[in-house]
Design a protein around this ligand. Structure first.
Ligand SMILES: [Zn+2]
Length: 466
């Protein structure tokens, strides 16, 4: 029997519609060839399947993707599919939280274009982030779906394995799974829906019990992405199955379970204003997460609100990692005076400061201002891994306060077992949800509105499954 052919590729980012910073080609890193195969890390050859890596574009989350660039990169992806010999399957690596002005459902458009290019016989399997959005357009055009089950995400490779495995089994055993979904009118931040704390911990563990049914291949709960004001923004349950009726029961139960837990969704960190964070500090090593400007959720990462407060209150031995500012980096190359805060357009106070000392490493300026160390990065980036500090010769044991631009702490920062505080700061990913602009989002959605009557409606993308 001739070997079957599949291709791999896609696009992944998270776009805050509240960020002024548009994403374009230079924000994305492209993975191709062996690098893309290594990322997916699935033994396709053991299943007698030829695999062709196309490309996978991903970026640090940010603002909306520039419309022209989105159209161009989608067109390039389709051109590469068209240039390929006939495909039996395609594995799409997506996120689900792309925002493009003027396009209601960017992932839906991308996947629909792929379906048109590969034809109806080809199987499409999709990997998503659990902070992604689902729509009928997406579901209608796919044959298998798997999303992350952990946030913070530690099961990325496992999710690729789940979607690749459904794809190769269906191709080799010659069947076509169904994907069905229900929206859930709940939309909270990732910090309120961490899968390492309740109620999501138990809900996500319970997904496994549905998978024990023979007719169910993969069950998912997506909490969605709250910082894009779009009509499609909701949580959702998504089930890949071989029997729609049985799958629909699981899909409804997952939707109802999440809905019934909505009032228990809250951050597991202590939260409050910057002022409250400063009052909470004591002599122990403590971490403050500047959450409204977190670049890994779509914040700009350039704001200086917390720095201003710390400098004003003379908290010595503080480390800020980091604040993005190319202009401050360039100024420090020339002298010791610099301006910082909002230089990429993220807003907030502008501070005019004088460096007592500075050194440069890894495209960062490490500056000392009145016994406070500030890491100024040339580009937007997180400082969530311990090596981000050691690479800059920064020893965390020399500090009493670490301020990072983050929501829930990364697993590595959590491993420090330090006292931590989620500062509800201003920015493109403001955690004070009820106050964020809400023009296009569906009008009945918790916590923007509080109501009790929700009955899940399961759809296969074209019609209701009862
Ligand atoms: Zn995510």
């Amino acid at each position: 029997m001739a070997k079957k052919n599949i291709a791999i590729g896609g696009i992944s980012t998270e776009c805050s519609s509240y960020s002024p910073l548009f994403q374009s080609q230079e924000d994305f890193r492209t993975l191709r060839g062996q690098e893309l195969l290594d990322l997916v890390d699935f033994p396709f050859s053991e299943y007698s399947i030829n695999v062709s890596p196309l490309f996978f574009n991903r970026s640090v989350p940010g603002g909306p993707i520039d419309r022209e660039y989105f159209d161009e990169i989608k067109h390039l992806f389709i051109t590469e599919i068209n240039a390929h010999e006939k495909l039996d399957g395609i594995l799409l690596l997506m996120h689900g939280a792309i925002y493009v002005e003027g396009i209601d459902d960017p992932e839906g458009e991308w996947i629909r274009a792929v379906r048109e290019a590969v034809g109806l016989d080809c199987l499409i399997s999709v990997s998503f982030d659990l902070h992604g959005q689902v729509t009928d357009k997406i579901i209608k055009n796919i044959d298998a779906f798997a999303a992350f089950k952990t946030a913070p995400h530690i099961d990325v490779k496992d999710t690729y394995r789940r979607s690749a495995s459904m794809l190769v089994s269906a191709i080799n055993e010659n069947y076509r799974p169904d994907v069905i979904w229900s929206s859930i009118p709940v939309l909270v931040s990732g910090e309120m829906s961490s899968t390492f704390v309740e109620p999501c911990k138990t809900i996500y563990q319970s997904l496994e019990q549905f998978n024990e049914k023979r007719e169910i291949l993969d069950c998912n709960l997506l909490v969605g992405y709250v910082w894009a004001d779009t009509q499609r923004a909701t949580a959702s349950s998504v089930v890949t199955c071989t029997n729609k009726k049985i799958g629909a029961r699981a899909c409804k139960t997952i939707a109802e379970t999440y809905w019934n837990s909505r009032k228990d969704l809250k951050s597991d960190m202590q939260t409050g204003s910057i002022g409250e964070a400063l009052l909470w500090l004591n002599s122990e090593f403590s971490i403050i997460a500047d959450s409204g400007d977190n670049p890994t959720a779509g914040g700009v990462g350039d704001r200086a609100d917390v720095l201003q407060a710390i400098l004003k209150h003379n908290h010595d031995d503080s480390l800020f990692a980091g604040i993005a500012s190319k202009s401050a980096y360039d100024e420090l190359k020339k002298g010791n005076e610099f301006s910082i805060g909002g230089t990429f357009g993220g807003g907030g106070p502008v501070l005019k400061l004088k460096a007592d000392s500075v050194y440069f490493k890894n495209h960062c300026a490490v500056v000392c201002v009145s016994k406070t160390i500030i890491v100024i990065s040339k580009t937007r980036r997180p400082f969530h891994n311990l090596k981000d500090f050691t690479e800059l010769n920064l020893d965390l044991s020399n500090f009493k306060i670490l301020v990072v631009k983050s929501g829930y702490l990364s697993p590595e920062l959590q491993s420090l077992s330090a006292r931590s505080f989620l500062a509800l700061t201003e920015g493109a990913v403001n955690q004070n949800l009820v106050g964020i602009e809400n023009k296009k989002r569906h009008k009945k959605i918790y916590p923007f509105q509080d109501f009790n009557n929700f009955i899940p409606r399961v759809s296969d993308g074209e019609s209701i499954v009862s």
